[in-house]
Design a binder for this molecule. Structure first.
Ligand SMILES: [Zn+2]
Length: 403
């Protein structure tokens, strides 16, 4: 084939295929543009300047940060916040592996009236970021990276509009919330003083009135093994454990007008070795979500097993119910049946608990956040902060309408 023949042949192919490719490309772009279920297709570049919310959220969800391995997520926040003019302090929580809390403020003023705070760790396993069906999916997408991203964007917009300035709002993002709260406990050493803390956790974009307390305990029954045909020669640990559990399940627990019922759950049961052997040991682990009076609940649990032989109750963790402030007009209220870092942060500050998304998707294989709810929560955070600071958002809202 001469060079001339070669070019003639390929120019024929191009005259047919080039327009066809163009048609397909137009159809593809059309589908992307009109698809109502997708704001940002995965892998599509997000401009951090014009779409900071989705940029921060995707960056954080893309970075695995299962509890104790939060460092990369903290690094991202450090460099992002620094690039946006924040003064960032990294507070060491542990040296190996390296774990840090991220504390940020404007200028030189560490002491701020309002603290936006949430956590950067997640439960395992890591689930990659994806976007479909109107939701953003992935580990931490709702708990609590949605809150982190929305808080940062809320305060940026408030700063930009001039509604707030240096000394008004600081940011604190901690490690270890999902296990022992070590990040927030350590954050007390920062010696911060503020009037209001706004905690970000999924509350379905409602304002939480508070959350229940928790008692974790193990019940042990110790018996004596024997042939099941001669049970009178043994001591049946299973029997006594079941009796203890039954009694604890049927106690009258305190009720709170605000937080509802105290609930009892025997989450694990383990006893005996075989059907034809009288069980020598039996254990159960309990989680009691306490609506009121934690000490009283501990004491009635202990009392309940006191007269059951061979049974012992070992309380391993307790914390009391938390009552939040919920006086911001325009919000529905919410009762959280889960724990947060709120009791770990010492002080006499007001406490708000608010965040986009549902706790029912947190910790689940299908963890996700509604795209629109994530966007709307920025306004929610701005309203709560403005209420706490006593500033009006009126100018900001009209400015926004005009642009
Ligand atoms: Zn959380």
């Amino acid at each position: 084939m001469t060079l001339r023949q070669f070019f003639r042949k390929y120019s024929e192919i191009y005259t047919v295929f080039l327009p066809l490719t163009g048609v397909f490309l137009i159809i593809y772009v059309g589908i992307l543009a009109f698809s109502s279920t997708t704001i940002i297709p995965p892998g599509y570049p997000i401009d951090p300047e014009t779409n900071a919310l989705l940029y921060i959220h995707r960056s954080l969800v893309t970075i695995p940060s299962v509890t104790t391995y939060e460092h990369a997520a903290a690094n991202f926040l450090n460099s992002y916040l620094t690039s946006q003019g924040w003064t960032v302090e990294l507070q060491s929580v542990s040296a190996t592996p390296e774990r840090v809390n991220v504390f940020a403020y404007r200028g030189k003023t560490r002491e701020n009236k309002v603290l936006f705070t949430s956590h950067i760790d997640t439960v395992p396993p890591f689930i990659p970021y994806s976007v479909h069906d109107g939701y953003i999916w992935g580990r931490g997408s709702v708990d609590a990276k949605a809150s982190v991203a929305a808080q940062i964007v809320a305060v940026s917009e408030l700063l930009e509009s001039g509604a707030v300035g240096e000394g008004d709002i600081a940011l604190l993002y901690v490690v270890g919330e999902e296990t022992d709260g070590i990040g927030m406990i350590t954050a007390n050493d920062l010696n911060l003083e503020f009037e209001t803390a706004i905690f970000g956790e999924p509350t379905e974009s409602k304002l939480a009135v508070g959350h229940k307390g928790l008692i974790l305990a193990d019940v042990y029954a110790t018996g004596l093994a024997s042939h099941s045909g001669y049970p009178e020669l043994g001591i049946d640990a299973n029997y006594y454990l079941i009796e203890a559990l039954y009694k604890m399940q049927h106690l009258t627990y305190p009720v709170s007008e605000l937080l509802g019922n105290t609930t009892f759950n025997a989450g694990t049961l383990d006893g005996g070795v075989a059907a034809n052997v009288v069980s020598a040991t039996a254990t159960s682990s309990l989680a009691i979500r306490v609506a009121a009076d934690t000490e009283m609940v501990v004491s009635i649990l202990k009392q309940a097993v006191l007269d059951i032989p061979h049974v012992e109750l070992n309380v391993t963790l307790t914390y009391s119910p938390v009552i939040c402030d919920y006086d911001v007009p325009g919000f529905d209220t919410y009762i959280a049946n889960y724990g947060t870092d709120i009791p770990h942060l010492m002080g006499t500050h007001k406490r708000y608990l608010y965040g986009p998304g549902s706790i029912l998707y947190a910790h689940a294989d299908n963890e996700r956040i509604g795209e629109q709810e994530l966007v709307d929560s920025v306004t929610g955070y701005k309203q709560i902060a403005a209420h706490a600071l006593g500033v009006s958002l009126k100018n900001e809202m009209t400015e926004k309408k005009e642009t």
